[in-house]
Write a protein that binds this ligand. Structure first.
Ligand code: 9B3
Ligand code: ZN
Ligand code: ZN
Length: 373
């Protein structure tokens, strides 16, 4: 962190993932140049093994399914099973497929019966970046929570009675798979092109919002490669097409990332403020205050460009420009202690924080939905 060297700023932390055999050389370089440094995690291999040795292999470990990370195959299986067990509340929608031809399934969550004819919707996507494992874990957590607590939790009932929720648990299945098999720190998708040996486009730079200006790169080997043209990637194109088809209904767009604990909203692609900046700021602020009150954890909040960095082509900015005026990027735990390697034991807290933020913001959006004519 940050994702690319372009984003390194004075007086800000930089987190490096260094192969064991070059750690001495890196430390010497840092020393020579007077850069303050410390080892955050000495043995990542062990941590990674702990996170992938999971669930299905050890059913009696006592932990629930939602307190573990799951392979892509497991997630597809979960999706089918959850849909089959809740036929009156869940519909599965195939919105497209990935570069390597894996299906992109969206779960449409609804209240069982409603007379509401003016139903709006929330879009929630997770796993746009492959290594941010807490993100898909949150999408699963959210679906399970909504199904379990619709009857007993007034907030969830209010939200679902007024809005359907479209959940895309893994926007980047090829990349996610790759982080389980080959490279835990992979970020982009896995598309290949003829003119480069480097694979992958940063899907969060591939949307049509000031595409590939400052904060993205035209180089295929960059971690923030924007692709050949906006929506060149099948994953981004599938999401954008779905949202274009459903833009009248979708009132709130939320995308889940990690790490750094921030609640961001447009714009990231320009330093200009949105027309409803004050409203977005007050929603994010209230969400951050709730997290602080209930979980004693600090989340920064603000427009992306001023809070994190100037970056174009992101899905939240694109959704905003499409007309979805409530659009957020959540960056979940942690602040860098484990970074992308957040231990499974931290999943419940991280997800509950995100859940309280999502509920807070969704309820505010519900209040603003005009009553049917
Ligand atoms: C970046 C952009 Cl371009 C955006 N619109 N919103 C959030 C971010 C931050 C994430 C990224 O893609 O770098 C953090 Se992983
Ligand atoms: Zn991300
Ligand atoms: Zn991030």
């Amino acid at each position: 962190s940050p994702a690319a060297p372009e984003f390194i700023r004075e007086e800000a932390e930089v987190h490096l993932f260094v192969p064991g055999n070059s750690s001495q050389a890196v430390r010497e370089l840092l020393q020579t140049h007077g850069v303050t440094h410390a080892v955050m995690l000495a043995n990542t291999k062990e941590l990674i093994e702990m996170q992938t040795r999971n669930a299905s292999t050890d059913p009696r470990s006592g932990m629930s399914y939602y307190e573990k990370y799951h392979s892509l195959e497991d997630i597809y299986h979960w999706l089918n099973k959850t849909a089959m067990e809740n036929p009156d509340r869940i519909k599965v929608i195939l919105i497209g497929s990935s570069f390597e031809k894996r299906p992109l399934y969206v779960l449409k969550l609804s209240a069982i019966s409603t007379t509401n004819t003016n139903k709006k919707a929330i879009w929630l996507d997770c796993g746009i970046h492959a290594r941010e494992w807490i993100a898909p874990a949150f999408c699963l957590w959210f679906v399970q929570y909504s199904l379990s607590f619709y009857e007993s939790n007034r907030d969830i009932a209010t939200i679902l009675d007024n809005m359907d929720v479209y959940v895309l648990p893994v926007m980047n299945p090829d990349g996610y798979k790759y982080t389980w098999t080959t490279d835990r720190m992979w970020r982009k998708n896995r598309s290949t092109r003829e003119d480069s040996r480097c694979a992958g486009v940063d899907l969060n730079r591939n949307f049509d919002a000031n595409w590939c200006t400052e904060g993205a790169s035209h180089h295929p080997c960059s971690e923030i490669f924007c692709g050949e043209f906006p929506e060149s990637e099948p994953e981004a194109s599938a999401v954008a097409s779905f949202l274009r088809r459903n833009k009248e209904a979708v009132a709130l767009y939320v995308t889940i990332h990690s790490y750094s604990q921030m609640l961001l909203f447009p714009y990231s692609c320009t330093r200009d403020l949105t027309e409803n900046h004050a409203e977005l700021l007050s929603m994010a602020k209230e969400a951050a205050q709730k997290i602080k009150r209930y979980y004693r954890n600090n989340y920064k909040y603000g427009a992306g460009a001023e809070t994190i960095y100037l970056a174009p082509g992101g899905s939240d900015d694109w959704a905003y420009k499409l007309g979805i005026k409530y659009s957020f990027t959540f960056e979940l735990q942690d602040r860098g202690r484990y970074g992308f390697l957040l231990p499974p034991s931290e999943i419940p807290r991280a997800c509950n924080e995100a859940l309280i933020a999502l509920k807070t913001i969704a309820l505010r959006v519900v209040e603003r939905i005009p009553p049917p004519a």
